[in-house]
Ligand binder design. Sequence first.
Ligand code: COA
Length: 148
Amino acid sequence: MKIRKFLQSDAAELSKLMRETVVKSNSADYSKEAVRCLVDEYTAERLIKDSKKMHIFVASEESKLLGTISLVGDRVSRMFVLPEFQGQKIGSKLIRCVEKFAKKEGKTILRVRSSLTAYGFYQKLGYQKTRRASNKFVGPIVWMKKEL
Ligand SMILES: CC(C)(COP(=O)(O)OP(=O)(O)OC[C@H]1O[C@@H](n2cnc3c(N)ncnc32)[C@H](O)[C@@H]1OP(=O)(O)O)[C@@H](O)C(=O)NCCC(=O)NCCS
């Protein structure tokens, strides 16, 4: 498996990966409306547009995309691993890659607005809860941070 920067040619497959993961993995913790809101947000066009203002990384095996993570300033965002590939440390590798990248960019801290679904994952990776909050579109989230 390798981790590389997002290419415009990944957009359709990455959009599908994010949407499928939200529907299958986040539905137990979030309302139908919240899931719909995220599905609507993750269009291929939006990803191409966003790739100009954030760092989007993908994990791929041969030509298949397995996961993704983004870095927006000092915030980790949009981390998804395809449901059938979860539990194989792909998420850990993605986050370590972003931490290394952020460190090289001179950042000393990373923040994340964790989903309720991923909270335990981020805790395992050394992120600490700073506060709970409610996002007006998706509902409950947990702000977390890690010093690099
Ligand atoms: C959260 C997510 C990215 C983790 O990816 P992953 O590849 O399955 O994670 P890993 O295999 O690297 O797991 C690393 C460790 O965290 C643990 N872990 C993974 N997901 C967890 C969870 N939801 N709750 C508690 N622990 C979790 C694993 O058991 C593993 O523990 P170990 O080191 O003791 O074996 C993935 O489950 C996912 O896409 N979730 C749904 C989308 C989501 O909510 N994304 C976050 C948006 S903020």
